[in-house]
Design a protein around this ligand. Structure first.
Ligand SMILES: [Zn+2]
Length: 483
């Protein structure tokens, strides 16, 4: 039986978060009422001339540098000609012949180890508008409406080489790309909202065969999990086809995540079908080395660099470093909290634990900075000073997350204190011992783990305010005295 190898290349469209569109002054804000953010330029009306958005070019360069690409001193726009109702001018302005950046790579880490995925190029292009199919899907639609608010918003397309060898690698590549672009600060990179869209070119070939198989392009994937499922599905489909004596046709397929299948959309066009030609209305983009270098200086410390710094200087475990560095927001929170004097491992545990849990459960964007580093550091300070215990701290943390209040304020408002007063605790300890003669008996018979239950009872009797360490100590002493 033939063993097959999966070959995947990914084309990723990323919306740049500029204030205005790529060639006009319209706000790049398409959540407005339909067709409100439009003008003669982005509607491609005759006589209207485009002007390149400087910020978009700078963001594209920034992304390219973050991905180790060679930024090109000379790049140029081209027209890609085709008709579709979401494309007002019947052409898209993109970069076919002279992209803004070439080469580059993304290092990924999967269950199979680490690999370097090469990039082919990054180019800048204008997005299309949006079609709204009345009453849902295109099939049963009573009609279709065009909304051009999104038309001509700036995109970069990041094209990888066909270096990916599994569905898992495809997912991890997408996630890593998102992390790097989030650090670079050039996009919201939200798959669910379409500001990052990954299309996968999937083919299979007998293992060891140097020739690439015929590929199918999978579109409409709106999460990284879906990307992994879609690649697996497509590879299986192609293998079945070949095993049954058929052959794969080059086509574009749409992924239906609910049904877990891909559906043929159209046979794949070739580049020459689009009659690309240099955009006559725009001059080339010339970038001198000084300017490129200047843009590079605006990049923050990137995830790989942070990771190795934390491992080396803070002794943070590699897996913790990986997890915290995977988002710029957790990374910055961590760095600032530690800079304020918090113990690195404790800060890491809180960010990976409570912070991540609250972000997920409450569905609040981490970019809104729901918990300030000053507050997290202060909270950890309260715990290490013995003012409150860990259980109370979790309650305070959640309140901090919801209200943005400082921990001291919350602790005071809730009247939280940790009972570390030996006298006060001792009274509770004596009561608990008197109430649970069975556990005391167990302990005396050598079942020392009974103390865990008794500590729990002390915590309960003190309404969670007892210092658990001290409670343990007092119980142990009292039990020993009773022997
Ligand atoms: Zn416009």
């Amino acid at each position: 039986m033939t063993t097959y190898e999966i070959v995947v290349g990914i084309e990723c469209h990323v919306e740049l978060k500029t204030k205005t569109k790529l060639f006009c002054g319209c706000a790049a804000e398409f959540s407005d009422d339909p067709n409100r953010r439009v003008c003669p330029v982005c509607l491609a009306l005759p006589g209207a001339l485009p002007v390149v958005n400087r910020q978009a070019i700078e963001y594209a360069v920034k992304a390219a540098l973050a991905l180790h690409c060679e930024v090109q001193p000379f790049s140029r726009f081209d027209r890609k000609n085709y008709y579709y109702p979401d494309l007002p001018g019947a052409y898209q302005i993109t970069q076919m012949f002279h992209p803004i950046a070439k080469g580059g790579y993304v290092d990924i880490e999967t269950t199979k180890g680490s690999r370097r995925i090469r990039l082919n190029r990054i180019h800048v292009e204008a997005d299309a508008g949006k079609l709204l199919h009345a009453s849902g899907g295109i099939g049963g639609a009573g009609g279709t409406l065009a909304d051009d608010n999104r038309a001509s918003t700036p995109l970069i397309e990041i094209v990888s080489e066909p270096d990916l060898r599994s569905a898992e690698e495809a997912r991890v590549y997408g996630e890593k790309l998102r992390t790097i672009l989030e650090y670079a600060g050039v996009s919201d990179v939200k798959m669910e909202q379409g500001s990052m869209r990954c299309d996968a070119n999937v083919s299979v070939r007998p293992k060891g065969d140097p020739v690439l198989g015929t590929r199918a392009e999978i579109k409409n994937v709106n999460s990284f999990k879906a990307l992994e499922r879609a690649v697996n599905y497509e590879a299986d489909r192609q293998i079945d086809l070949i095993e049954d004596g058929g052959s794969v046709v080059q086509e574009t397929r749409g992924w239906d995540d609910e049904k877990g299948v891909s559906i043929s959309m159209r046979l794949k066009e070739n580049a020459h079908d689009y009659r690309y030609f240099p955009e006559p209305d725009l001059p080339p983009i010339l970038l001198d080395p000084e300017r490129i270098k200047g843009i590079g200086l605006t990049l923050p410390e990137m995830p790989e660099d942070r990771k190795s710094r934390w491992i080396k200087e803070l002794n943070l475990p590699a897996c913790d470093s990986e997890q915290i560095a995977s988002s710029r927001f957790s990374a910055e929170l961590f760095d600032r909290t530690v800079a304020l004097g918090a113990d690195p491992k404790t800060a890491a545990n809180w960010i990976m634990g409570e912070w991540t849990r609250c972000v997920r459960v409450k569905g609040i964007g981490m970019e809104t900075e729901p918990v300030k580093a000053e507050h997290l550091a202060a909270l950890l300070g309260q715990v290490s000073a013995g003012k409150i215990n860990n259980k109370q701290a979790k309650e305070v943390f959640e309140e901090m997350f919801d209200t943005g209040e400082a921990p001291e304020q919350i602790i005071q408002r809730k009247g939280m204190v940790q009972v570390s007063d030996t006298g006060a605790l001792d009274a509770i300890v004596q009561q608990v011992l008197a109430d649970h003669p069975k556990s005391v008996e167990d302990y005396r018979n050598g079942r020392t783990q009974a103390i865990g239950f008794l500590v729990g009872q002390v915590m309960k009797a003190s309404k969670g305010q007892a210092n658990p360490g001290l409670a343990n100590q007092l119980l142990a002493a009292a039990l020993e005295a009773m022997k």
